[in-house]
Design a protein around this ligand. Sequence first.
Ligand code: NI
Length: 195
Amino acid sequence: MAIRKVLKLGDPLLRKPSKAVPAEEMRSQEIKKLIRDLYETMEVEEGVGLAAPQVGILKRVIVIGTVPNSRYPNQNDKIRQQALINLEIEPATKDVEGSWEGCLSIPGMRGYIERPRKIRAKWQNENEESFDEIIEGFEAVVFQHELDHLNGILYVDRLKDSKLFGFNEELERLAEDGKEGGKGKERASASKQPQ
Ligand code: NI
């Protein structure tokens, strides 16, 4: 296993579309090693999701999942650990829900993003098993955020209001000072983990 370097905003590889993994590659040693490395890198970086293009590999491979760590002590938003290969998503509702998102490729910052609250997701895993599920809540945010990475999209592209974007420490200070009022406080303190 190896910890890989996570590419940061500005690296052109983060803006390129990733290629689907063909069936014959699905169970290859190369994909298995990539998945192991993604898990290990995600754990060290304390993220809840990591997409292959974030480590410079333009393949449609994602790992997600929470393990208890300092950023995630209470596991309120527990997410199953799994690899998502060739993930496809369609909205399962017209309702959108907003949340503060972070990204391991944009360290120390977060932004307020609205996305469909409920999605239908299809994917395969490293054993070539197929899944087709309705997903909602925080898990749906993570699925959609990671799928964006496979299409060269970062959450900053989806900011509706550039004022709802900033450094974690500043947003937290604002929340503590109550300068944004109750709503701002609630929003800033409801921040999610880097993805
Ligand atoms: Ni991300």
